[in-house]
Structure formats: C-alpha cells, structure tokens
Design a protein around this ligand. Structure first.
Ligand code: PLP
Length: 375
C-alpha cells in the first residue's frame, strides 16, 4: 500500500506526538478548573500553563488570552461581540468571519483586494470615512487559500486614526509567521489549535486590555466572563503544547518555502498556461494555489487522491453545488481559472520526495488533459 502524502495543512495539520501525550495525560486527570479542591486546582494549573504558552505564541499578555472552541467561534465572538456601529471586512476573509459580520446587525462594508489578494489601503481610507463610527475593521493576517500576508499593522494604524477597532484572524499565520500582538496594534486576534498540530475544537481570542467584548456564550462566567462553559482542559493543554512546538519550528519555514518553490517552478516548466496565484506577493511559506486551466479543481483533487496525495480545491462544495472560491473571485480571477485551482499546503512533515511525487502526478494529469484536447 502506498503511504498517504498529506498536503492539506491549512485544512488541519497532523496532530503532534507530544500533543497526543499531553492530551492523554490531561484526560487521565479528574477536575473542573472552577472547583476549589485539589483536583480542580490541578485542572486549573493545566489551563493556566497553556494560557501562558498561547500568550507567547501571540506575543500577548497572558490575561488577554481567552480559550474557546476554535477559530470559527473566536471570529463570531469578536465580530458579533465588539459592539461596533459598522463592520469593514476584507472580501477574502474565511467564511466564518464573513458570516459573523452578516449576523452582527450593523452595516457591513466589503474591503476589496488587488489582483495579488492584498487589501486596498485607498479603499479602506474611503470606507473608514463612510462607515458609521466606531467601525470594526477585520483583516486576516494570512489567507487560507493563497497564503497572502496582509499589511495588518498598516491597516491598524490607519483604522486607529478613524477611531476604529481592529481584528485580525491569525489562524493561518500562527506557526508560520512570528506574531506580535502589540506590534500589530490590533484590538482582537483569532487563533485555532488544529492548524498548528494541536487538537481540533480549541482556539483562542486575544483581546487588547481596552477592547470591548460582549460574551457570545453566556453562563457560568468562566474565562473572566468572556466565554462561559467548562474549559476543554485536555484540548487546551494540547493547544499549549502545540504552540510551543510550532514556535520552535519557525526556523523550518525556509525549507518549506523551498519545497513550495520547487513545485511552482516545475508546474511553470510543464505548462505555459498554469497560473500560480499571488506568486509575486508576500505569502506564508507553506501555501501554493495553482490553477491547471481546463481541469476542474475537484477532478484534480480526485486524481491526486487516487494517487495517495491529499490536497484541496479552491472551490467549495456545499449542498451538492460547487461554489467558486470567493477569494479568487475577489482577486478578479475569472470562474474558469478559479474553478481549475487547487491548494497545496505543506507543513513540518513534508519532504522533497512528496513534492517530486506531486510534480509527477501534476505532469501526468496535464499530459492527459493535453491528449484529450488534441485527440
Ligand atoms: N479562519 C481561517 C483563516 C481558517 O482557515 C479557518 C479554518 O479553516 C478558520 C478561521 C476556522 O477555524 P476552526 O476550524 O478552528 O473553526
């Protein structure tokens, strides 16, 4: 049997061995972190140790980290709970950010991006003048489909001049870029555990000391009242462990970028028509979005899957209908290119041999498509 080559780290990263150990040992303990007895205090210690580690990952103060169930909840909590009079949100945010904005009950303004997928500062300036104040500006640090890194500290400086609050979704930046919450000058930041090799279903909201936040989940007042519900102790402990390992591996990004560049160079050599999305923009080292015109993204995903390579297509399938990627559409790509794209996202276990197999399979599929078109 051929071993599976996993190239979908942006969907979820393989869980780390040490994280599994940490989660298992936390699960073997009994104790509610809100209980005052010894067992409860032990559980509380696990949560607080993890909080310190997440603070290091985000470059934030320990008390400004709130645990929750993941990136989706964090984005909803911030966007719907910040109390802004309007929301200016980039057109390329993750679906959960866009959907949260629609539910916030205030006017929503879409911030456009240029052809490389970078937010347009002139448009932001205009929208900040237009939007009811105070506005919340939400711009992600790195995009999940293209890896494009956004100028978040510039966005924040401009937004602050207009009295706006600023949120950045750093789910796809964590573990790939060094994050410094205070240097970014944002009020809110979103993190998710499973994108850095931690367990799924855990995440964090980072808030500046002065940032308003009305709890989305109310109840027993856990997490300083910012997010009620008994903490997921084992998951949080695993998230903390993953954060420390992910930070220690930032030095591996050069190797990962070289693997990505090898793939993109090969694709260009095989086909003049291939489109490497945002090739000229600043991107996270691990992400490549490539279109093979004439072959649907889903067909490509199936072809690679049959050859034991896991990656994803740019388009999303919901209720039987294939939806064109809103990210590529916002960048101005026509549907036929957007629908022919796949995302390769690499990580700590990716090797050169994996890339060579990917290139080999890409070439085979391309040759088959050419033969079909000329036959
Ligand atoms: N934000 C971004 C940029 C993401 O890529 C994702 C997941 O794909 C999320 C938010 C949602 O995170 P979670 O899966 O932890 O809910």
């Amino acid at each position: 049997m051929t071993a599976t080559i996993y190239m979908d780290y942006n969907a979820t990263a393989p869980i780390r061995d040490k994280v599994i150990e940490t989660v298992a040992s936390a699960m073997a303990e009994v104790g509610n972190p809100s209980s005052v007895h010894t067992a409860g205090r032990n559980a509380r210690r696990l949560v607080e140790e993890a909080r310190s580690k997440i603070a290091v990952l985000a470059g934030a103060r320990v008390r400004d980290v709130t645990f929750c169930s993941g990136g989706t909840e964090a984005n909803n909590a911030i966007i719907r709970g910040c109390g802004a009079a309007s929301i200016i949100i980039s057109a390329i945010e993750h679906d959960c950010g866009l959907a949260a904005a629609e539910l916030a009950g205030v006017p929503v303004y879409s911030l456009p991006v240029d052809k490389d997928g970078v937010v347009k500062m002139a448009a932001l300036r205009y929208l900040l003048d237009e939007a009811p104040k105070p506005a919340l500006v939400s711009v992600m640090l790195a995009n999940n489909e293209t890896g494009v890194v956004q100028p978040v500290s510039d966005v924040a400086s401009l937004a602050k001049m207009h009295g706006a609050l600023v949120h950045t979704d750093a789910v796809q930046a964590a573990g790939k870029l060094l994050i410094d919450f205070s240097a970014l000058k944002v009020d809110y930041l979103t993190l998710s555990s499973h994108k850095i090799g931690g367990p799924q279903g855990v995440g964090a909201i980072v808030t500046a000391p002065t940032a308003p936040l009305k709890a989305l989940v109310a109840g027993g007042g856990q997490e300083l009242g910012r997010r009620s519900g008994t903490e997921n102790v084992a998951g949080i402990a695993g998230f903390g462990e993953a954060a420390i390992e992910a930070l220690a591996e930032l030095g591996d990004m050069g190797r990962i970028a070289a693997l990505r560049d090898r793939f993109e160079a090969a694709v260009r050599a095989i086909s003049n028509d291939a489109v490497v999305v945002s090739a000229g923009a600043e991107r996270t080292a691990n992400t490549s979005c490539v279109a093979m015109p004439g072959v649907k993204g889903e067909t490509q995903v199936m072809h690679f899957d049959l050859n034991s390579i896991c990656l994803s297509s740019g388009s999303a399938c919901s209720s039987g209908k294939v939806k064109v990627s809103h990210v590529l559409a916002a960048m101005g790509y026509p549907d036929d290119i957007a629908n022919a794209s796949v995302r390769v996202s690499l990580g700590r276990l990716s090797k050169q041999d994996d890339i060579d197999k990917l290139i080999d399979n890409w070439k085979k599929l391309h040759e088959r498509m050419m033969a079909r078109n000329t036959g």
